[in-house]
Design a protein around this ligand. Sequence first.
Ligand SMILES: *Cc1c(COP(=O)(O)O)cnc(C)c1O
Length: 402
Amino acid sequence: MTVPLVDLKAQYNSIKEEVDEAISRVIHSGQFILGSEVKAFEEEVAAYLGVKYAVGVASGTDALQLGLLACDIKPGDEVITTPFTFIATAEAITQCGATPVFVDIDPGTYNIDPQKLAGLLEKKLSHRSRITHHSSPVRAILPVHLYGQPADMDPILELAKEYNLKVIEDCAQSLGALYYSNQSPITNHSSPITHHASRAGSLGDVACLSFFPSKVLGAYGDGGMVVTNDSKLAEKVMMLRNHGCKQKYYHLVPGFNSRLDSLQAAILRVKLRHLDKWLELRRQKASLYARLLEPVDDIEPPYVAPYSQHVFNYYTIRLRNSRITRNELQEQLHAEGIATAIYYPLSLHLQEVYKSLGYKIGDFPNSERAQEEVLSLPIYPELTEEQIENIVAAVKRFVSSD
Ligand SMILES: *Cc1c(COP(=O)(O)O)cnc(C)c1O
């Protein structure tokens, strides 16, 4: 048995005619940079998320950096985020000249822990302003919706309001996920977005999407998007992605060449039409996995918080005091032809690149424990029940002590 982590070819085969038509349409149009495909895709994503504006950019990483720059994050500023994420989250902060400040994760959801965030803000902001009478350099919170599950946004948004901070959502892994709020945010009325359910990515000041091929909505190359309800922020990102100009050859700010490719936009428009069906299939696969893994003592299936509808970009289990280590399990599964992945094996505060920030082992115990214990199993809409049964059988064989 061989099972890949994702099967992009199976997905292509299921939509081949639509995709081929879209690609050919763009090539015949001769419009490869921005233009009507990108504009149409931006409008479709904005409508899907229930936000006012969407701006296509070259990657999810660029979406984060341009989103941060649009929020006016500058050298000397601090942005609070999680250490248990892909490097791009913190890298975007660093590339703005700002400093990432980490807060540990909740061990159940793997997302930033709002209570710990409150503790840090309390310490940093009140203490600093008391002693120095200067304002704090903390400017923003960057929650990541890891694996396809939204971070607990209500308390995060409340803290942001209290301390006057921007919120930039890293939605790279969770396009389509829902957050059920205790509050009643004003959202649009198209189902399934209701008075208390919002899409991940519609809650902060800006949110950043990635269309990296292995994401729930993947391009055939790189792509990303910044979404927001704020017309000024959208306008800034539109300038930044295109050399800092509104009008060609008249440059207002130092910008970038970071546009979403028209070919990718046309392909993604096709895929967006299938997204809800694919997300439902992912959830079905996840519940089958959970049912089969529930009785296995040493395995913790993903915890789905009551405030979220998960999209399972990754199906990530945790090994608890099992007979073999996570790395051994990965090797054994690999030998059986089952591909798995570790998202992520080294927390960001322990990375060489952030040595100068002065963090040390023990600073974020939940993140450090997760990096040793998590393992992502294959999940994609085309994965069969039989494949899942075989994967679980293999996992059981290796972890159970008999
Ligand atoms: C994929 C990813 C990114 C970066 O997206 P790219 O499109 O690869 O640049 C950022 N943050 C998280 C959490 C991601 O998973």
